[in-house]
Design a protein. Structure first.
Ligand code: PEP
Length: 232
């Protein structure tokens, strides 16, 4: 079973949500499909499709204007939440420490956090991918509870560029070894960054790749369904 997780980011409306989820309902797959929607789209008919959110507050409740708590996500029947997406790390200054606190808040509410890590183009060109990814991983994951890790090279997100198969394999080997070192080798590991219907099958065949985190291509059934069908 592979995970195929859509990340809608700040896109979509009730109509486009309805259209995508309706099309997913008719798909037969052994893989696990999750769609991470903007907060306002989480309520309402989801056609039985598993929903995720894109952020969670590290706090339980109180004076945190604009934030959404774990309990609020539970009320909306959310099962997964993306934490530490590179856009949140970049535009909202989320550090590994904050990401870890958010992952803990999700786990406390029985929501599975999808913890994102990945190097910038500069770090890659400086030959620092492995050290950066390993540090982000070990500082962002909580000590207890179930979680998923998503490796998303920042330069691959929304750019149409992906690492080579060998590059992905090397990073996943590093992540797998680091998690094995703390007895968390069963953690599902996702790849994210410019996944489409043409490259999805090849990427999930790489050792230790347990699924995909899909941004732009998850917005419409025209582009999301070919990814899902290609890895069935
Ligand atoms: C993402 O934002 O998580 C992502 C993977 O985006 P895209 O698929 O558009 O590169």
């Amino acid at each position: 079973m592979k995970f195929i997780v859509g990340n809608w980011k700040m896109n979509g409306n009730m109509e486009s949500k309805d259209s995508l989820l309706k099309s997913l309902k008719n798909i037969h797959t052994d893989n696990k499909i999750v769609v991470c929607l903007p907060f306002t789209l989480l309520y309402g008919n989801n056609y039985g499709i598993t929903l995720g959110a894109q952020d969670i507050s590290e706090h339980t409740n109180g004076a945190y204007t604009g934030d959404i708590s774990g309990q609020m996500l539970v009320d909306a029947d959310v099962k997964y939440v993306i934490v530490g997406h590179s856009e949140r790390r970049l535009y909202h200054n989320e550090t590994n420490e904050i990401v870890c606190a958010k992952a803990k808040a999700a786990i406390k509410n029985k929501i599975i956090p999808i913890i994102c890590i990945g190097e910038t183009a500069e770090e890659k060109h400086a030959g620092r991918t492995m050290s950066v990814v390993k540090k982000m991983l070990l500082e962002s994951i909580p000590k207890t509870g179930d979680y998923i890790v998503a490796y998303e090279p920042r330069w691959a997100i929304g750019s149409g560029q992906t690492p080579t198969t060998d590059e992905i394999a090397a990073v996943f080997e590093t992540i797998y070894k680091a998690l094995s070192g703390i007895k968390r080798e069963n953690t599902p590991l996702l790849y994210g960054g410019s996944v489409n219907g043409d490259n999805a099958k090849q990427i999930v065949s790489i050792p230790h790749v347990g699924g995909l985190l899909v941004g732009g291509a998850s917005l419409k059934s025209d582009t999301f369904l070919p990814i899902i069908k290609s890895i069935d």
